[in-house]
Design a protein around this ligand. Structure first.
Ligand code: ZN
Length: 261
């Protein structure tokens, strides 16, 4: 008996199976590229100097936000989208800047077909079982979603409040029977504060008209693809705000769970 399987025999029979797929190899395979730190965002460092044009050289799949915390970014199929708190969605322009973003060039190495509805915890358990918690994993879920509850942060004015306060004004939206894509990452627990430990996924509807940071959902049907990433590159800001920010102390773990949960 395989030790990782759940105890229920009936559940095992229904259990979807992962298929290994072999991506074509090329330079830059498997690198996660990040600008700034989650702890800096928690501290209210909402002005980055990196443009999305520059970011695009390091990846085209992933998530992040915008200067002044003006919405959620999701990168899918080679393009970045900006999801704003007024519910609008638009392609990101190269000159727009980001205070925090995490991207990769997505080349999946395993795939799972979803044959029965999975809640967020179910989906996370399947991905956790198939990947290594001490490595970074890019996660893409393409399918039909129910009870997809998203949040979108609202543009902030100076002096910037810390993220836990800014997140209190977030716009919440729920999508039903929505075709779309979840894109993001599973981050090791040891990287809490550098990034968001555990699962962090952003949603985009397949018509590219809505989405946000995924809070909760059910995947009715679809496909999960994962890519294990062995290289982790963080580019730290050179701004005075970043230099002055307090990046240790406080309860980073609780603040991230409160603002990114
Ligand atoms: Zn997010």
């Amino acid at each position: 008996m395989e030790p990782n399987l759940p105890p229920s025999g009936a559940f095992n029979l229904m259990r979807p199976a992962w298929h290994r797929i072999h991506p074509s190899s090329s330079a830059g395979d498997g690198e996660l590229f990040q600008t700034s730190l989650m702890s800096a965002l928690l501290s209210g460092v909402y002005e980055g100097t990196m443009t999305y044009g520059e970011l695009h050289r390091h990846g085209d799949f992933g998530l992040g936000t915008f200067n002044d915390l003006d919405g959620e970014m999701v990168g899918i199929d080679g393009a970045f989208y900006q999801l704003r708190s007024d519910g609008s969605a638009r392609p990101v322009q190269d000159e727009q800047k980001t205070p925090f973003a995490v991207v990769t060039f997505f080349k999946p190495d395993q795939q799972l077909d979803i044959t029965s509805p999975l809640s967020r915890p179910d989906l996370e358990a399947y991905v956790a079982q198939a990947t290594d918690g001490n490595l970074f994993t890019a996660v893409k879920v393409t399918g039909i979603f129910d009870a997809m509850r998203t949040r979108t942060v609202q543009q902030q004015q100076k002096p910037f409040p810390p993220l836990t306060q800014a997140a209190a004004q977030q716009a919440i939206r729920t999508f039903q029977n929505a075709a779309g894509v979840l894109a993001g990452f599973r981050t090791p627990a040891y990287a809490q504060g550098i990034g968001v430990a555990g699962f962090h996924l952003h949603f985009l509807t397949s018509d590219r008209q809505g989405g946000g940071h995924a809070l909760d959902y059910v995947v009715r049907s679809g496909t999960v693809e994962v890519a294990t990433l062995h290289d982790f590159h963080v580019e730290l800001p050179q701004s005075a705000d970043f230099m002055k920010a307090t990046l240790t102390g406080g309860d980073v773990d609780a603040e991230i769970k409160s603002s990114e949960g």
